[in-house]
Design a protein around this ligand. Structure first.
Ligand code: RIB
Length: 311
């Protein structure tokens, strides 16, 4: 079995729940304030570790109470923290999240995450069985350095370009598997998607990102996902569940997928597995604590719940 190395953000999510999201300039009454471990990198690392795959997180926290709490949580989930640094003079990354009717809005204040650099990834000793994962909540030079090391070692690389931002062709060339949602796909391909999903348009946009051998997978929430593998579209059927909070569902997908890849499973199996894992995640409040265990995912897979038809 290989290992998963995730370079990414570690945040405390400060969550306000409300009946609906406020409009710009409007105040609405909330219901609860909740604190959850989060950050796209940390969430993906937890998702992977909970599948029973050795998982190391590369990132930074501040030397403050949030940092200590987050490290305690991540350690308790089985994530290796030997490559997580405390950064004096910086606060731990904090996300201010509003959740209403299962959907969220997020403002991230990066703090220590913005100090992750190429030296931080230098201690990651990757081999060809390993999988390197990153997202866009840490500086791009650190991601580039990780993927260069991974490529040199023959390890697979997974990029989740979230939140969407422009990046170099040099970085994209180092990516083996790109996993993104519709809004990130829209940003990277300068295309508008309505969210109702015209599969042909999605495939066309995905195809434009799938240079070389790159596998591209767009996640579609309750509509499942579509991947392009060797030029062939592979739809992954959605699972109809009662969502309470979609925060971290994409991270759950990415981490579970990476873990399956590191375990030697095929890409189609890993995608179906990740889709099932994410359908469990959305039924729980919070990001980090909502990641399912391998037993939970396998129980659902073996129950063979009939998947929904097309995305
Ligand atoms: O993807 C969800 C995550 O985005 C949250 O946990 C929040 O911290 C932001 O990074």
């Amino acid at each position: 079995m290989g290992r998963v190395f995730v370079a990414g953000s570690i945040n405390m999510d400060v969550v306000a729940t409300a009946e609906r999201h406020p409009k710009i300039g409007e105040t609405v009454a909330g219901r609860q304030v909740l604190y959850f471990p989060g950050g796209k990198g940390a969430n993906q690392a937890v998702s992977s570790a909970k599948q029973g795959v050795p998982t190391s997180l590369i990132g930074r926290v501040g030397d403050d109470a949030f940092g200590n709490e987050l490290k305690a949580f991540l350690g308790s989930q089985g994530v290796d923290l030997s490559l997580v640094k405390e950064t004096p003079g910086a606060h731990t990354g904090t996300a201010i999240i509003t959740v209403a009717k299962a959907d969220n809005t997020i403002v991230v204040v990066p703090g220590a995450n913005a100090r992750v650099d190429a030296d931080d990834v230098a201690a990651a000793s990757l081999t060809e069985d390993d999988v390197a994962v990153s997202q866009f909540e840490i500086p791009l030079p650190a991601i580039l350095a990780l993927f260069e090391r991974a490529r040199a070692a023959g390890a697979a690389t997974i990029l989740n370009p979230a939140p969407a931002m422009a990046c170099s062709a040099e970085l994209l060339d180092l990516v083996d598997i790109l996993i993104l949602n519709e809004s990130e796909l829209g940003f990277l391909t300068a295309t508008e998607f309505s969210g109702t999903g015209n599969p042909a348009r999605l495939v066309e946009a995905v195809r434009s990102l799938s240079t070389g051998d790159k596998i591209v997978c767009v996640t579609l929430g309750e509509r499942g996902a579509i991947a392009l593998i060797d030029g062939q579209p592979l739809p992954i059927a959605g699972r109809k569940v009662q969502a309470v909070d979609t925060t971290g569902a994409g991270d759950c997908f990415v981490g579970a997928f990476a873990a399956q890849l590191a375990s030697g499973n095929t890409i189609p199996y890993a995608l179906a597995y990740a889709n099932t894992a994410a359908s469990i995640c959305v039924q729980r409040m919070g990001a980090g604590p909502s990641m399912p265990t391998a037993a939970e995912v396998k129980a659902l897979l073996s129950a063979g719940r009939p998947p929904r038809a097309d995305p």
